[in-house]
Design a protein around this ligand. Structure first.
Ligand code: URA
Length: 460
């Protein structure tokens, strides 16, 4: 196979054979095919697309490009959950304990945050001493004893995807359905779970901006999972604003703990109950989602899910006391409220102001406003600016900083009310984060309807 011919075929809109895809992935993984040729192929795929068979072949070639986990030492069906990425998404820290407390077996490999999105591995490190690098033996033994374990991605799991994703990131070829589906599913298949529950985010803060594209991505991934012999379902969920209120590592851990105590944000709890009830029924623990949901609600109300989190933290070498006393988690030194005032209408929302004036609306703050939209990635950026996220992979992050929103889409607010609290350790970073966060909000003078959290379920 000549890489030149493969590029030309795809450039001309032809389909690639299984052999061509295998040879390209093998050569690229071994460093025999240069990045510039692979960039050209990615761009050709971006414009001319791949059909299902090509997408499946690419997934399997990447899944087998390195190590695959053998989880046969774990008793019972092993379940993995994956989110396509969002802001404020701390579901893994809630779902793991909940599902394990009703007898599920959760195997989870997670990543670190980059750009405006956070990563579960960083969040977990808010617990003193907690290790996020488990050996395969430790991982299997902990899932058998505790019911769930979370570890960082092992060095050689789907290495072809690792190289390809980094290349796509700098060549504007990330947002292609086949490339996203094969990238995610290659890692899930290599990671060895029997049951894969996918949370496909849809909205302004997600890769898939509209429902049609999100369902199409969900269907493609479910089909790949099933063809590969894994029970796979996808749940399409809203990401038009951050999930819950907290964005930032230790702040999100605190919100996850509050949720396990039954005092968390409604959207986060509901999402965890929906994902969790599918995880436990697909794992064969309950006959219906209703029964699964009732069991999950019970372990929250009787404290067993919270105890399970403490057991998990202890098993991974962390301090379980921080689960019961979250004031012992990292805390920022400077706490600043952002109060709703004229500047949020005047300076930063000129378009909105003139639109309202020309429509004859009263723009004084006395009547109150409604939150119309929150740009999720900008909330994530505010947290990153405070030090809670990375601009480059090498950046060291500050676990204590972040943002706690008080107003979400549909909420009414009046002058002087707090929109959000900023947790920071550096005045100049706080000033920059406030400006970004203020710009993330859009307001309306009339009531705003919120969109549905759960858009639908893909089960082929
Ligand atoms: N997440 C992945 O792992 N891969 C993609 O291509 C997009 C999101």
């Amino acid at each position: 196979m000549r890489m030149y011919d493969v590029i030309m075929k795809k450039r001309n809109g032809e389909r690639l054979s299984t052999e061509e895809i295998n040879a390209f992935i093998d050569g690229y993984t071994k460093g025999q095919i240069p990045g510039y040729q692979v960039s050209a192929l990615m761009m050709a795929i971006y414009f001319n697309k791949m059909d299902y068979q090509e997408t499946f072949d690419l997934t399997m070639a990447m899944a087998h490009s390195g190590d695959t986990l053998d989880l046969s030492g774990i008793n019972g069906l092993k379940c993995d959950k994956h989110s396509t990425g969002g802001v404020g998404d701390k579901t893994s820290l809630v779902l793991g304990p909940m599902v394990a407390a009703v007898g599920g077996k959760i195997v989870k490999m997670s990543g670190r945050g980059l750009g405006h999105t956070g990563g579960t591995i960083d969040k977990m490190e808010s617990f003193q001493g907690l290790s996020t690098a488990l050996s395969e033996e430790q991982f299997i033994s902990q899932v058998n004893s505790v019911g769930f374990a979370i570890t960082g991605q092992t060095g050689n799991l789907a290495p072809a995807d690792k190289k390809l994703y980094a290349l796509r990131d700098v060549t504007a070829t990330v947002d292609n359905l086949s490339l996203i589906a094969s990238s995610i599913m290659s890692k899930k298949i290599a990671a060895g779970a029997d049951v894969i529950v996918l949370d496909v985010k849809c909205g302004s803060g997600a890769f898939m901006k509209n429902e049609k594209d999100a369902f199409a991505l969900g269907e493609e991934m479910v089909r790949i999972g099933k063809t590969a012999g894994r029970k796979t379902i996808a749940i399409v969920t809203e990401m038009d604003q951050p999930l819950g209120f907290a964005v930032g590592n230790a702040l999100e851990v605190k919100e996850a703990i509050a949720t396990l105590k039954g005092r968390g944000p409604k959207d986060l709890l509901e999402l965890c109950l929906v994902l969790g009830s599918h995880m436990v029924t697909e794992s064969g623990l309950f006959a219906s989602e209703e029964q699964g949901r009732a069991a999950l609600e019970e372990v929250i109300s009787n404290g067993k899910a919270l105890d399970k989190l403490a057991e998990f933290v202890r098993a991974q070498g962390g301090n379980p006391d921080q689960v019961y006393d979250d004031s012992a988690l990292p805390e920022a030194a400077i706490i600043t409220e952002i109060l709703f005032d004229e500047t949020m209408i005047d300076g930063l929302n000129e378009n909105f102001k003139s639109k309202m004036q020309s429509a004859g609306n009263d723009i004084s703050l006395s009547n109150g406003y409604y939150v119309e939209h929150i740009q999720s990635d900008e909330v994530g950026n505010a947290s990153r600016i405070l030090g809670g996220g990375r601009a480059t992979k090498e950046d060291v992050i500050d676990l204590s900083v972040g943002v706690a929103l008080h107003k979400k889409v549909g909420d009414q607010l009046h002058k002087g009310e707090s929109i959000a609290t900023i947790y920071g350790n550096d005045e100049s970073k706080i000033a920059a984060a406030i400006s970004v966060l203020k710009g993330a909000y859009r307001f309306s003078t009339s009531p705003v309807h919120t969109s549905k959290l759960i858009k639908g379920i893909v089960k082929l």
